[in-house]
Design a protein around this ligand. Structure first.
Ligand code: MN
Length: 303
């Protein structure tokens, strides 16, 4: 059984107590199991308040973020790397303090457009930071999810294959690939191939479900039949988080980093509710298909 999450930006741009309650309560009412907290500025997140609200609504949490130029751990600037480590450490404290098990997102790079390729030294800084963070996380049973992003949002890893090689070079068991249909749709040859690659490496650790335009599921150009079939084939039973962004709910820096310039929805209750049933139905149909195949195969072989 998968655990379904809803990204906090579906509901709230910030994380004041009112914002947090709105995001947690709305996700719960829409039927989700957990909220993915966008910890772009983790020091501003009140951990005790967040844990209290999660308990009140019996909800889980994961934490995701993207770094900025000032905190870019893939930079050659040791001060940026050091600021990045401090920020990641704060984000890890949120995961730990809310009883979460996953810190994910673009935690290895700036989230945004680069003008040049990553340098060897920058890549090494990013790897070393991930190894350092993974060791701190492991002490609390927390895993890291490396979310590769499309070419306009990072220059470190843009495909599943690159992500797996990056993870391999980090050399820590609690570091996984975090796959996002939105980024995959831009960069991969096929969803099936990419998901299979991560799953067969035992590294499919976290999934984001986002439409091609980041709006409502099923209203863009993503081949959801292929995507859900690949998850079913891989027997993926981890967290699946719905991610959608609109100019209706704005985070002062994240919305700009993600280039959210237009209004893709008004009614986030309908958006989130519909998205959950879309994901559940998509997976259920895919699993029926997969089981149907494995049921038929022996019969065919006997003939
Ligand atoms: Mn994502």
């Amino acid at each position: 059984m998968n655990t379904f999450g809803c990204h906090s930006l579906v509901w709230s741009g910030g994380w004041t107590e009112n914002d947090a309650r709105h995001a947690i309560e709305s996700s719960s009412k829409a039927g989700y199991d957990l909220v993915e907290i966008a910890a772009i500025d983790p020091a501003s997140v009140d951990i005790d308040m967040t844990r209290r609200l999660l308990e009140e609504y019996d909800m889980g949490a994961t934490v995701s973020l993207g770094l900025s130029a000032e905190t870019d751990v893939s930079s050659e600037d040791p001060e940026a790397v050091s600021r990045g480590r401090e920020l990641l450490s704060d984000a890890l404290n949120i995961v730990r303090g809310t009883g979460g098990k996953m810190l994910c997102g673009v935690i290895y790079s700036k989230l945004g457009k680069y003008d040049t390729p990553v340098t060897e030294r920058g890549l090494e800084n990013s790897r070393a930071t991930m190894a350092w963070l993974a060791d701190k996380a492991a002490d609390s049973g927390i895993s890291l999810g490396i979310e590769f992003a499309n070419r306009y949002e990072t220059n470190v890893v843009n495909t599943t294959a690159q992500t797996l090689a990056f993870i391999d070079s980090i050399g820590r068991d609690n570091v996984y690939a975090h796959l996002d249909s939105y980024h995959m749709n831009i960069e991969e040859r096929s969803f099936a191939e990419a998901i299979q690659l991560a799953a067969s490496a035992g590294k499919l650790g976290y999934v984001h479900v986002g439409e091609s335009h980041r709006g409502a599921l099923g209203t863009g150009s993503i081949n959801w039949t292929e995507f859900f079939a690949a998850l079913a084939e891989a027997k993926y039973d981890g967290v699946i988080t719905f991610e959608s962004f609109s100019s209706k709910v704005v985070h002062e820096s994240l919305s700009n980093s993600l280039a959210i310039w237009r209004n893709l929805w008004e009614d986030n209750v309908e958006l989130a509710t519909t998205a959950l049933s879309f994901m559940q139905q998509g997976l259920a149909d895919a699993r029926t298909g997969v089981e149907g195949q494995s049921f038929r195969q022996p019969t065919a072989a006997q003939e």
